[in-house]
Design a protein. Sequence first.
Lengths: 455, 433
Amino acid sequence: MPLRETAPKLSPEQYEKNFADISPAMDPRQAAIEASRCLYCFDAPCTIACPTHIDVPAFIKKISTRNLRGSAREILSANILGHSCGRVCPTEALCEGACVMHEKGELPIEIGRLQRYAVDYVLDNKIELFTAGAANGKRVACIGSGPASLACATELAKWGYDVTIFDRNEMPGGLDTYGIAAYKSRAADSIREVGLIRQLGVKFRQKMEVGSQISFADLERQFDAIFLGVGLGETWALDLPGEDLDGVYGAIEFIEKTKIQPFHEVQIGRRVACIGAGNTAIDVVTAARRLGAEIVYLVYRRGEPEMPAFAYEVQLAKHDAVTFLWHTQPIRVEGASGVVTGLTCVRTLPGAPDVKGRRSPVPVPGTEFTLDVDMVVRAVGQKPATDFLKAVPGVEINSNGTIKTNEQHQTGHLKYFAGGDCTNGGKEVVDAVAEGMAAARGLDAWLGSPRAPAR
Amino acid sequence: MADLTVKFAGVTSPNPFWLASGPPTNTGGQVMRAFEAGWGGAVWKTIGEPIVNTSSRYGAIDLNGVKMMGLNNIELISDRSPDINFREIYEVKKKYPKNLVIASLMVESKRESWHAMVRRAEDAGSDLLELNFGCPHGMSERGMGAAVGQVPEYTEMITAWVKEVARIPVIVKLTPNVTSVTHIAAAAERGGADAVSLINTINSLMGVDLATFAPRPVVGGKSSHGGYCGPAVKPIALHLLSTVAKNSRIPISGIGGVGYWNDAAEHIALGASTVQVCTAAMHYGFRIVEDMIDGLAQYMDDHGYPTIEDFRGRAVPNVKDWGDLDLNYKVIAQINSQLCIGCQLCYVACEDGAHQCIEPFKDSAKKNAGGFGVHVPRIIEEDCVGCNLCALVCPVENCITMKEVDTGHVPMSWNDRMRQASRSSPPPIPSGD
């Protein structure tokens, strides 16, 4: 797909520098000092704030006693993707936000980095912490290999289930592999982490599209239960004139390129506009700048206080010299010879409150202007995978496109369970893990908690 | 400005801060640098027949990233000849006549040997002598150091030998590695000692390397017990100091865990006229004395004590036998919910480790800046026994305080109660230390 003008290529060193880990690994001394700061709270707020309820004081105490294997076990038994979560969790809004150190007037404990430090130890040293349970004779299929499926599969494998993950992508890990900003986590980090799940004997069938390459009926025959961890679909369209021009991307598709292609091969406009103001939009604009785009706009219909992105994510984009255009609504993508040449926008003012009480932006006539850009990225959220879900027999869909489940994460078709973005509409990795684990418990209970007899 | 000069056994020290006998006072060069930094006196590294030391020699324990909470050593007395040491003492005194040089001596237990060594120390210009009857390792195996200081009769005898010839004041340094240090102090006094100093280091083994099973400090895979000192020993030093202060009429130089002015002031409040410092100087260098002097003077100014004597020993009468403490005095804990950060360490400490008088938080009325609930626990006042544990574990200064409550009863100690209970019962067991 050609662009009118691409950003000049950077040196390999510059790319690596731009995408270097923003929260680098701790060395043993840093970890020891940081771990020793932890007060070891009782009924700790950090643990309560974590969707997977990792016993944070316990794993940090173990770091300070140099019991790194025990620390990693504490983390990974609560959350098999503890490594990813240590890198990508919005810790400021979860464990670290709840840390009592805030009230003490000190910086919160760097829980995310300590968590990564402990798990790195077992990954680096190839220590196997968990073993699969003795075979209980039951087979489960997980569709999708993102965090929800991986967490679900882990729990089931520990109880002796024979678990197979079916995934349409080449590499496992779902959004953990394909959708995390490269300066937070590389695809290889996610793949390495998936090794923890492979250790438990979980089978991965990649590049296998359920529905076309294998039918739901076949799955239902071969497996005792099926977990749906299929996430969401493509980025929503904006229905703007010119949206079909070359140079208009969806955010997820754009981020994916930064994860699977070498940085110098990722096509990037010299001037880029990103529409939307969520955390994914931040991932887009920061990636665009780091790939060498000279001018990057973030275009948002509302004001800064209404931005869905976390405050520290916004800071990240500001630090990357992204230009924020608040109260700006795109109305048309401009093009010439089939490629993007600009984005025409109109200024807005806050209007009447909507059903949620948020004031809807109202375009102000006569304020139209055109941004001179070579690339436009839509970052306005992902569509539910409605077409896929409709094909699953008996599974009921909510009005917002998510899968309807009961408290056991069981769907309208009793053999199917579900969790992650496809049920919650799109949340954090750690939420998907928590839901995948909860679904595993529901599924296990439904099958009567079968366990191999003790020998 | 407070006057920090101290009269000690007839000599005057510019301030109460002396370097204890140890590695920092091994050479004239070090002692001169120490005097430049402000130290009032220096007890020279113990002089005797030169010894041979091991490598390594020191071991430490750290606590939560704080280095050297406790230090120990298996180093012996000076490895340099008395000739060199006395020549350097002479040079130091010539240059620093107002600062005190205290010659620490250790000699084989022969009267003539002690006489000869005392005369040489005096000839070199020493202001005082300190008899090292406390070194717990190495030298004691050769019949010196603690081997003398652990036996009252030897202590008295050798002190008396020294006093036969000494023209300058004699301090006897006491070992804590005894059942009752007061008996040894009394023996020194009977022998004619002009002062005592305490404590010498405490018998200790610093730990074990769990890969090699070599105890620390390691000498070729082996180790030996050594002398323990540093911040960790202060409470032990203060206790022994208080017992000697109660029972002794001669001046005392306090040693053990003095790291800053506050520690020194506590030693002084428990009866010490001067304090001796070693570990802190080994950790940070001689410069630490500047704040010791400054801080102590500030404290004295703030409290209206013009001289050291004005507050020296003021805490001694307050050290009582348990049986004389008022059983009707009562405090209960109070949590300042404004300051509480919600760690609930007080709750779990009280629940598991003490007397089950704190309730965990019930609701999070208080929120932190991020909107997360702050778990403020509640003291069950009617159950609180006033043990202090919650206040001790609380990481926030002044968040948990112990409030005195009126029990409505007149003061009553256990001994009072026993006396009242029955006039026919036998008298209480006489108090020791």
